[in-house]
Design a protein around this ligand. Structure first.
Ligand SMILES: [Zn+2]
Ligand SMILES: [Zn+2]
Ligand SMILES: [Zn+2]
Length: 260
């Protein structure tokens, strides 16, 4: 199991439109962040977590050859508004793409993208997916996908734990806390990717201090911070982190077979 950070930015992405702050003008490519998403590879298959508005650019940049399944954390615009770009993968693969999400998130996807379930006999270019509710651990070609409920402000959304070959990866890009049962699911992972929006507290996201406190409690072998805004400069933020915690950046590849 290995994964690539396709995007590590918050909803605006970085640079932010119309902003000329030092981070938005930074020449360091690690300060350029598309909307949060990862591409997970296991046993020759590829799974996308979230389909944000940058999906087309991300697929081209990372040379994504295929999308065998999609997991959706929640139906906020920065996580789903590239959904129609799955059309090209359906066109290449010729089979509906499974889309896994909690029932409430699936209902919202179905509402916003209702046209994908309407037969379009006159169109040669359309998207077909298989919306699949996910409430319990799900076996997917040697990978176990477990939805983990987390709070995102007052909303209850989901992160995921992916397990294969004795390694466990947690991906929680948007969260401000979690119910007690999720604490167990997220404890002692090999790799944990966690929301760390900005330096100051925020009502619906972990800030940097919140994320570091959670990581200290959950004790993953390695943690990565994601969903960052332009208030966090990459190198400065990285320099202040404890061992075993790194700032993610777009294009970073993490291989769980050898590194943990
Ligand atoms: Zn800025
Ligand atoms: Zn969100
Ligand atoms: Zn988000």
């Amino acid at each position: 199991m290995r994964f690539t950070f396709l995007g590590t930015g918050t909803s605006h992405g970085i640079p932010v439109i119309g902003c000329d702050c030092a981070v938005c003008r930074s020449p360091d490519p690690r300060n350029r962040r598309l909307r949060a998403s990862i591409w997970l590879e296991h046993a020759g298959r590829g799974l996308l977590v979230d389909t944000g508005p940058d999906l087309r650019a991300q697929a081209l940049r990372a040379h994504l050859p295929r999308v065998d399944a999609v997991c959706c954390t929640h139906a906020h615009a920065d996580h789903i508004f590239g959904f129609d770009d799955l059309r090209r993968f359906y066109e290449m693969q010729g089979a509906p793409i499974p889309v896994y999400a909690a029932p409430a998130t699936l209902a919202e996807l179905r509402r916003l993208f209702a046209y994908v379930e309407i037969p379009q006999p006159e169109s040669t270019s359309f998207l077909r997916v298989a919306f699949t509710p996910l409430t319990d651990p799900h076996a997917w070609h040697g990978l176990t996908i477990t939805p983990v409920p987390v709070f995102h402000g007052r909303a209850l959304i989901h992160g995921f734990v992916f397990a294969a070959d004795g390694r466990r990866l947690g991906y929680v890009p948007d969260c401000s806390g979690w119910p007690p049962a999720s604490q167990t699911a997220l404890s002692g992972l090999d790799v944990l990717v966690l929301d760390a929006l900005r330096p100051e507290p925020h009502p619906t996201h972990f800030c940097l201090a919140d994320a570091l406190a959670a990581i200290a409690t959950l004790a993953p072998r390695q943690a990565y911070l994601t969903h960052l805004c332009h208030r966090l400069e990459h190198r400065q933020t990285q320099a202040a982190l404890p061992p075993g915690v790194d700032v993610a950046y777009d294009g970073l590849v993490v291989d769980l077979r050898g590194s943990c």
